[in-house]
Design a protein around this ligand. Structure first.
Ligand SMILES: Nc1ncnc2c1ncn2[C@@H]1O[C@H](COP(=O)(O)OP(=O)(O)OP(=O)(O)O)[C@@H](O)[C@H]1O
Ligand SMILES: [Mg+2]
Length: 267
């Protein structure tokens, strides 16, 4: 069996005449944490919304856990979990009640529901706070609860759209630890977007740098440095370099070609 869990092939999304995502291609291995990076409006969330079947695709094909978007969108939905960029919990309910709501939505039977909720509360370290209303939770606790909700049905692939936005550094690390646990102990495939370069560096084995709906570069951080011709580049350097790629379509590409030739000359 192939170890590739996600295949995105020549995928495009148009809003009117505007291409939000254009001809995007990538594959993600089982158990990998894959990062989608890029400036605001690059098309990261749109790409994730297509992979989660929330948005129809205009061109191309998406395959997740062996199922094709066009033929089996329901199977894809059963195989994935999704934590959106926006808030996805009800603040007036307790943590337990939020999980229960999702467990019912996923169609889990009563006994199984209770068992899974206990498991998840333990996994996301919210056992003690389970009976408190979510509006009393910290940002980090809310994000962990949202991750818990998204994995109640044990999906193969988890999508996280900016999982730590607005969190303080300690809460961010707490969320990272839980993401790593899901990846390493539960062999979950994770696809995330982030504007935090340290987050991408710490969690992602490979990164796609998106800009203006296209993939400007894809690879491990080492490979991206090689593509830049700058072995000591920081993640911020990598971001700035590739985020500028398509700025002035032709000029941008020409400039990159020129700078690569220069880099080669300089050895
Ligand atoms: N429903 C929509 N209708 C029209 N345009 C849209 C729609 N959704 C997204 N767009 C446009 O598509 C482009 C890509 O948006 P998207 O939300 O995917 O960007 P993003 O990379 O997630 O940005 P951010 O980092 O700000 O979250 C933007 O120009 C956005 O305005
Ligand atoms: Mg977004």
């Amino acid at each position: 069996m192939s170890d590739i869990t996600v295949r995105v092939r020549n995928v495009s999304k148009r809003f009117g005449d505007f291409y939000a995502v254009r001809n995007v291609n990538f594959e993600v291995q089982r158990g990998e944490c894959f990062g989608l990076l890029g400036p605001n409006g690059a098309g990261k969330s749109t790409t994730i919304k297509m992979m989660t079947t929330l948005l129809p695709i205009d061109e191309g094909d998406i395959e997740i856990a062996g199922y094709h978007y066009a033929k089996n969108p329901t199977r894809i939905r059963e195989s994935i979990g999704y934590v959106p960029q926006m808030l996805s919990v009800d603040g007036t309910l307790t943590g337990y009640e939020n999980l229960l709501l999702f467990a019912k939505l996923f169609g889990l039977q009563k006994k199984e529901r209770e068992r899974r909720i206990e498991e998840i509360l333990q996994l996301i370290d919210l056992e003690e706070a389970a009976d408190q209303p979510v509006k009393s939770y910290s940002g980090g606790m809310i994000r962990r609860l949202e991750i818990g909700q998204a994995i109640l049905h044990r999906p193969q692939v988890l999508f996280l759209d900016e999982p730590t936005v607005g969190l303080d550094p300690v809460a961010r690390r707490g969320v990272w630890e839980h993401i790593e646990k899901l990846q390493h102990e539960h062999n979950m495939t994770i696809i995330l977007t982030t504007h935090y370069m340290d987050e991408a560096e710490s969690l992602c084995s490979r990164i796609a740098m998106m800009n203006k709906g296209q993939i400007a570069a894809l690879g491990t951080i080492e490979e991206l440095r090689e593509q830049m011709g700058k072995p000591d580049a920081t993640m911020d350097d990598i971001f700035a370099y590739f985020a500028g790629h398509f700025d002035n379509q032709e000029g941008g590409m020409k400039n990159v070609a020129r700078s690569r030739r220069t880099a080669k000359r300089l050895g």
